[in-house]
Write a protein that binds this ligand. Sequence first.
Ligand code: PMP
Length: 352
Amino acid sequence: MSQYWSQLVHSLTPYVPGEQPKVDNLIKLNTNENPYPPSPKVLEAISEQNNEKLRLYPDPNSDILKQSIADYHNLNPNQIFVGNGSDEVLAHAFQGLLKQDAPLLFPDITYSFYPVYCGLYGIEYNNVPLNNDFEIDITEYEQKCGGIIFPNPNAPTGRLLALDKVKALLEMHPNRVVLVDEAYIDFGGQSAISLVNDYPNLLVTQTLSKSRSLAGIRVGFAVGQAHLIEALERVKNSFNSYPIDRLALFGATASFADEDYFQACCQKIINTREALTSAMTEMDFKVIPSAANFIFAKHPEQDAEKIALALRERKIIVRYFNKPRIDQYLRITIGTDAENDALIAALQEITQ
Ligand code: PMP
């Protein structure tokens, strides 16, 4: 490859997703998937899409899904945008709403896709440091900016920002978009969706990949006032008219029709998270309080990367980030109770 082509390719810095192993004999606690299957109603709805229907394009507006999300949150369908995973929804928001004449702000420790989108779309940004307990300090956001984005709960820390502090950020920058990425909100947080009718600058994104066990069909959505949703629709229609395929459209819609299943599943994960937190605290780990389906923890003496490797030898995979401030931490997804027992036994062996 000539230097010209090499420079061109290497000027693009991609996001590197967590490992998706090609073998299935591992306890997979590395990419925050749900350990339980989706509601049986999802598979029923997908199965109804027969061969005759697959011949046809899906509805480009995904109306049935928007309607069910709007009903679920007591909003109007024109306040809902849907996309091919929340990563795609975020991409459109970065491109259409977050490129302004001042830097975008997000925490120094956060979802590592954000700087990648900034690079791709030429958006300037400032990393705002989390405090020593990995909390967002909202006073640090009192600076000129082109918008704010952060996950709530944050990833990979799991820490939740209280809704009154989200409101304070919205009021601090009334003419900038504040995007709250709620990929993990259903595991114990209070959603900012309740605020959208009061704040024209608020955009909330959620995903069906985590709490609804649907990472495999790739559906995410944004909620906001109609003008912000209209902006996202314009970007989407200049990019891909049919982001939600037919199977995903009907499967995702069905998942909103089984509230009991959804609530029970989230509660099980919360209970397992609390059990894991206690067990690891007893082993002397420092566990950051989590409102997500994962925990972020470090051992006072043992090296995080070595623990991750020792777990892997025992066929358990977790996430290790070789990054400043967090290179002694492990992010561990909450699994089933049986997976959790195996993890605890392995950690006891490794750290004793
Ligand atoms: N936001 C955060 C904070 C995440 O951790 C993830 C998952 N990697 C996403 C968004 C994207 O999830 P998806 O594209 O599966 O909806």
